[in-house]
Design a protein around this ligand. Structure first.
Ligand code: ADP
Ligand code: ZN
Length: 723
C-alpha cells in the first residue's frame, strides 16, 4: 500500500503529490510525518493506493501518524482540491484552512485528566491505615474521583497504596475545554408566525441549492435558522451556522446554546487555543453537530451536513483577506452541493450580486417584508446638516437629534449613536504649510487619540507622540480635521452631564471579551447611550433602544468605490434596525450634508427593491460588478526595486491575455496602489475589469507563474477594499 501525500510546505514548487510507503494506522485524511529531503516534515494523506506506478520497495516510508483519527474527512479532501484549483493556491495552504492553527504547529494537545476508579470492592485496608480506609469509603460512595482531588483529601500515599494493592485503579479521560457562554433567557422557542412558517416550507420545497432569505430587520430570521437546524438535527444531520463577527453577537451564541446545549460548538478567534482545539475535535468526532462561527467556520470538520446558514450575507467580512482569498458564500455553496443540502443566506440588505441571482431564478428568493407582530419599521428623519451650519450650529449634533436624545433620556430609554470612524479626529494637518502627519511604515495619515494623547496608524497599529509643532515648517497651528467617537463622547458629556455613556470601537474593545463586556453593560441598562462605529450596526437586539442617531451618513458615500452606495444603504438599514425592536416605536435621526442623495432617499423609506433597481441599472450601464469582474493583481515587496521588477513581469505576462482578448477587457493597466506602502512593503498593482469570467484561470495562471524575486504576488476578485 502506498500513500499520496501533500507536504505541509506552502510553496508552488512542492505543490504536488509525493508517494510514500504506507504504515499501519494511515488513513486517507491522516496527518503524517514524512522524510522530505534531509528533513522530517508534516504531510496530509490525500489518497491510499493498492497499486503504485513506483516500485514500493524503493519508496520512502511514512514515519508516523500524528492523530489517531484522521484530521481531515473525505469531504475536506475533495473540497481542498476544488478550492486549490479555483484560487490557484498550493494545496498545503488550502488544507491548513481545515485545521485549527495551533494544532498544525503542535502547540495544543488533548487535555486528559486522571481519575481514581474503585476496582476491588471487597478489599479491606489494615486497621491502622485510617486514611486508606477513609479514601476507600469515599470512593465507594462516589465510584470515581479526580486523582488530584482525592489526593488533596486523603493524601497521596493513601491513594497510592489503594492503587498498589489493587483496590483502585487510575484511568485517564479526555477533558473538553468548553468556552463559557452566558446563557440568558433568550433561548425560548417561539411558535412560528405564518410568514416564518411559509419561509421554512418554501426552503423545504425548493430544488435550488442557495436560498436567499430577504427579511427586514426584526422579521425573525434567527428563529427560521434555528428551526431549520433543529429539523436537520432530528434527521441525524449536522449544520454550519456562519455569522459575520461572532464576538459581536453574544446574543446569538446564548440563543444557540440555550436551544441546542453542547450540540453547538463555537469556533472563533476569541477562544483560547485549547478551547478552539477541543471545540474542533468535538465537531470532528460528531459529539457536537452545529458549527457556529465567522467565515473560517465554513471549513468546520462536520460530516453529513443538513443545512448551512450564512447570516448577514452582504457582510464584507465574508471575504478572506489572506491567501486563498476566498468568498465564504462560494465555499459554502461547494459544501452544500457536496452534501446535497441547502445553503440559506439571510439579510435585510442582500448584496446586489446575490439579489440579482435570486431575481433571475438562480437562487430561491424568500421575502419577509414585515417585522414580527407587524411592528412598524422605525421612522427615519433626515437632519440637513448644511442648514445647521447656516444657523451657526457647528457641533456634531443637529437640533433634531439633540431634542430626540433629551426626550429619550427623560423617558429612561436607551439610544445608539453611530459614527463611521474612530479616534478623536481624522488627521493632523499643519495650517501653515499643509503638512499631514503620516505613519513611517505605511503611506497613510495618522489619527489623533485624545485619551492617550497620541497619534495612531490604523493600518499597522504603530503609535507616535502627539506633535506640538509641525516637523516640516515648525508652525504651531496644527488642526484636527474630522470627528471621531471620542470627540462625540466629549460633546455628549457636555450636553447631557448625567447621561451614562459607553463607547465601542477598535480602541475600547481590546482583549478577549472586550466587545462582550461593553455589549453586556449596555444590555443590562448600565448605560443610556452607546456610541460606536460599524461594530454596533450588526444584529444586536436591545429592547430598550428607541432612538438611533446616524451622525454622518455621507462618510461611506465619498469612498471612491463602486460599492459605496450599496454599503451606505446597507449600513443605514442595519443601524436603523436597532431601534424600536420591542413594544415602543423606534426613531432614527439621519444626519447628512447631502439630503437629496438617492441612496438616502431609498434608505429612509426602507425601499430595498427601489434601491436595487436603481443600483443594478447603474452597474449595468457603467459595466461594474456583477456585470464585469474587477481583478486586481497585487505585487508587494520590501524593496521598491523588487516590487517594480515583479510588477513589470506580471504586467507583460498579463498583457498577452489582454492583447488576445481585448473585447473582454473594459480596463487594463498597471499602477501604484492607492496606499503605496503598508508595514514597510511597497505595493503595486495590475488592475483589470473583465467581462468574461472564463479568462480568470488564465489570468491566475500567468500572474502566479512569473518569477518574482523577493516579491509576493496575489490576486483579488472584486476586492472589498481597494486601498
Ligand atoms: P432578524 O434576525 O430578522 O433581525 P430576530 O430574529 O432578531 O430578527 O427577531 C426579532 C425579534 O422577534 C426577536 O426579539 C425575537 O425573539 C422575536 N421573535 C422571532 N420570532 C418570533 C415569533 N414567532 N413569535 C414571537 N416573537 C418572535
Ligand atoms: Zn503604519
Amino acid at each position: 500500500m502506498t500513500a499520496e501525500v501533500i507536504v505541509d510546505i506552502a510553496h508552488g514548487e512542492v505543490d504536488r503529490i509525493f508517494e510514500y510507503r504506507a504504515i499501519g494506522g494511515v488513513c486517507e485524511g491522516s496527518r503524517v510525518k514524512v522524510p522530505f529531503g534531509n528533513r522530517v516534515v508534516d504531510g496530509f494523506v490525500m489518497r491510499l493506493k493498492r497499486n503504485s506506478d513506483f516500485d514500493a520497495a524503493k519508496l520512502k516510508s511514512i514515519l508516523s501518524v500524528v492523530d489517531e483519527v484522521p484530521a481531515l474527512c473525505a469531504e475536506c479532501l475533495s473540497l481542498a482540491e476544488q478550492i486549490s484549483v479555483r484560487y490557484r493556491c498550493p494545496k498545503a495552504l488550502v488544507l491548513r484552512l481545515f485545521l485549527p492553527g495551533e494544532m498544525r504547529k503542535g502547540a495544543v494537545r488533548e487535555l486528559y485528566k486522571t481519575y481514581v476508579l474503585l476496582k476491588d470492592g471487597a478489599f479491606e485496608p489494615a486497621a491502622r491505615a485510617k486514611a486508606q480506609a477513609a479514601a476507600l469509603a469515599f470512593l465507594r460512595e462516589n465510584g470515581k474521583y479526580g486523582y488530584t482531588e482525592l489526593c488533596g483529601r486523603f493524601g497521596r500515599s493513601a491513594v497510592g497504596a489503594l492503587v498498589e494493592k489493587g483496590a483502585a485503579e487510575l484511568t485517564k479521560e479526555r477533558v473538553i475545554r468548553s468556552p463559557y457562554v452566558a446563557v440568558s433567557g433568550a433561548g425560548a422557542e417561539h411558535t412560528l408566525t405564518a410568514g416564518q412558517k411559509s419561509a421554512v416550507e418554501s426552503i423545504g420545497r425548493s430544488d435550488k441549492t442557495v436560498q436567499l432569505l430577504h427579511g427586514v430587520t426584526g422579521s425573525g430570521k434567527t428563529e427560521i435558522y434555528l428551526t431549520l437546524i433543529a429539523d436537520q438535527l432530528q434527521k441525524g444531520k449536522s449544520a454550519i451556522f456562519l455569522v459575520p463577527e461572532i464576538s459581536l453577537t453574544p446574543q446569538m451564541l446564548s440563543q444557540l446554546r440555550a436551544r441546542f446545549g453542547p450540540q453547538a460548538a463555537i469556533l472563533h478567534s476569541g477562544l483560547s487555543a485549547g478551547e478552539r482545539f477541543d471545540e474542533w475535535w468535538r465537531l470532528r468526532m460528531g459529539e457536537a453537530k452545529i458549527a457556529v462561527g465567522a467565515r473560517s467556520a465554513v471549513f468546520a470538520p462536520v460530516e453529513n451536513i443538513g443545512v448551512i446558514i450564512l447570516d448577514e450575507e452582504h457582510d464584507g467580512s465574508y471575504f478572506s483577506e489572506s491567501n486563498p482569498r476566498y468568498s465564504t458564500l462560494e465555499i459554502a455553496k461547494m459544501r452544500a452541493e457536496y452534501n446535497g443540502c441547502k445553503l440559506v443566506a439571510g439579510s435585510a440588505t442582500p448584496s446586489v450580486e446575490t439579489y440579482l441571482k435570486a431575481t433571475q431564478g438562480e437562487y430561491n428568493l424568500i421575502r419577509l417584508p414585515e417585522r414580527i407582530n407587524r411592528k412598524p419599521m422605525p421612522e427615519i428623519a433626515i437632519a440637513d446638516m448644511r442648514r445647521e451650519v447656516r444657523r451657526g450650529n457647528n457641533s456634531a449634533f443637529s437640533a433634531a437629534l439633540r431634542e430626540e436624545l433629551a426626550e429619550c433620556l427623560e423617558q429612561k430609554k436607551q439610544a445608539i449613536l453611530f459614527l463611521n470612524r474612530r479616534g478623536y479626529a481624522q488627521s493632523v494637518v499643519c495650517r501653515e504649510c499643509g503638512y499631514v502627519a503620516k505613519c513611517e511604515a505605511c503611506d497613510v495619515s495618522l489619527t489623533y487619540h485624545s485619551e492617550e494623547n497620541c497619534l495612531k496608524c490604523h493600518y499597522c497599529g504603530a503609535q507616535y507622540r502627539m506633535l506640538s509643532a509641525c516637523p516640516e515648517c515648525g508652525g504651531v497651528h496644527l488642526s484636527y480635521t474630522g470627528t471621531g467617537t471620542q470627540k462625540i463622547v466629549g460633546e455628549l458629556k457636555k450636553m447631557f452631564p448625567s447621561a451614562r455613556i459607553l463607547r465601542m470601537d477598535n480602541d475600547t474593545t481590546s482583549g478577549k471579551e472586550g466587545h462582550y463586556k461593553i455589549l453586556k453593560q449596555f444590555a443590562d441598562r448600565k448605560a443610556d447611550i452607546l456610541v460606536g462605529t460599524q461594530m454596533i450596526a450588526k444584529g444586536h437586539d436591545f429592547p430598550a433602544v428607541t432612538l438611533v442617531g446616524i451622525l454622518d451618513a455621507d462618510m461611506s458615500l465619498h469612498f471612491s468605490d463602486y460599492r459605496s452606495g450599496e454599503r451606505t444603504f446597507q449600513l443605514i438599514t442595519q443601524v436603523a434596525g436597532r431601534s424600536g425592536r420591542a413594544e415602543e416605536q423606534g426613531k432614527v435621526v439621519l444626519q447628512t450634508y447631502d439630503p437629496e442623495n438617492y441612496i438616502l432617499r431609498f434608505a429612509i423609506r426602507y425601499d430595498y427593491e427601489g434601491f436595487f433597481r436603481h443600483e443594478i441599472s447603474l452597474r449595468k450601464s457603467t459595466a461594474f460588478p456583477p456585470f464585469a469582474k474587477i481583478v486586481r493583481v497585487m505585487v508587494t515587496a520590501s524593496e521598491d526595486a523588487d516590487a517594480l521588477e515583479a510588477l513589470r513581469a506580471v504586467y507583460f505576462a498579463l498583457k498577452e491575455i489582454y492583447e488576445a482578448h481585448r473585447e473582454d477587457f473594459l480596463f487594463f493597466n498597471k499602477m501604484k496602489s492607492p496606499i503605496k506602502k503598508i508595514q514597510n512593503k511597497f505595493r503595486y498593482q495590475v488592475l483589470m475589469r473583465v467581462k468574461n469570467d472564463a479568462l480568470l484561470p488564465e489570468i491566475y495562471e500567468k500572474a502566479l507563474a512569473c518569477p518574482v524575486r523577493g516579491a509576493l504576488v496575489y490576486i483579488e476578485e472584486n476586492p472589498a477594499n481597494l486601498s
